[in-house]
Design a protein around this ligand. Sequence first.
Ligand SMILES: Nc1ncnc2c1ncn2[C@@H]1O[C@H](COP(=O)(O)OP(=O)(O)OP(=O)(O)O)[C@@H](O)[C@H]1O
Ligand SMILES: [Mg+2]
Length: 304
Amino acid sequence: MSTLADKRFVLITGKGGVGKTTVCAAEALALAARGKRVLVAMCNAKERLSAMFGVPPLGSEVSAVADGVWAVNIDPERALEEYGTLVLHSRALYKTLFDNRYVRTFLRAVPGMQEWAMLGKAWWHTTETRADGSFRYDVVILDAPATGHGLDMLRVPKVILDVVPPGLLRRDAERAWAMFRDPTTCALVLVTLPEEMPTTETIELAHALTEMGLPIGRVVVNGVLPPLFSRDERAALLHDAPGDPAAPGETALVAARDRATRERVQAESLARLARELPVPPAFLPLLMEDAAQPSAIRLLAKRV
Ligand SMILES: Nc1ncnc2c1ncn2[C@@H]1O[C@H](COP(=O)(O)OP(=O)(O)OP(=O)(O)O)[C@@H](O)[C@H]1O
Ligand SMILES: [Mg+2]
């Protein structure tokens, strides 16, 4: 398994609802346990990360959520405003320009502006330093949007390089793009479930990212069931036709067949992922309790 501990920027993406935020939280805790200072950046999300750490809701100011872990929910409008002030060297000038309704509407309509505001801000956190000159965070983890939007977001820096004339925006996009493409500093983590559709989507996503020259550092298969049946037992269970539902033991057999079906789908998904992805998949178990609470995240952190 590749290590994320030596990376500066980790971007986590995958299909909606597969456990991206859960994996962000678990990875952050695991890295902090190894002595790293970690920032988790969310993309303007209706965030559930605070529940996972048992802290009050997160805002657009960085706050501490655990020992060695900080988090921020990036608000793209605010990020853009901060960035505008930086570029124009004056908040007063920014206000004059950007409080204008037409300028705001225009900015919102520029394709990729919102995405860059969040991706660029997350990258900028990797450049922040402390008074002694050391980096404020060893690792920044970005809880990126789901597959399609995540890809759109990652395409923006290259578009800026292609169309924006030299200047601060272009210079930052260049530095960010160089970091994202460098496997020694950046890792993309794809989260998926051991099911057919997410598996197909993950393989396609991995190909698209590889084509863009982005390094896939890890694939996490979340919600893996411990197999109860061997391959032969599975085959035997699924081979038998359902019997009389009133017959003794039939309810147990129905449950066993359901489980065997899930295990077969899971085994097929894992085999496909192992065959078609550039890195061997890592697994996280399916928890029976509510996973969005600190005790569950601590448990998952031990497994990542
Ligand atoms: N290993 C697990 N075992 C049990 N439940 C899990 C596990 N991983 C995640 N969950 C639960 O699944 C739900 C979705 O997880 P999460 O919010 O991390 O997904 P997501 O990919 O970030 O979703 P979204 O695309 O909406 O941001 C949550 O209720 C979470 O607690
Ligand atoms: Mg999420």
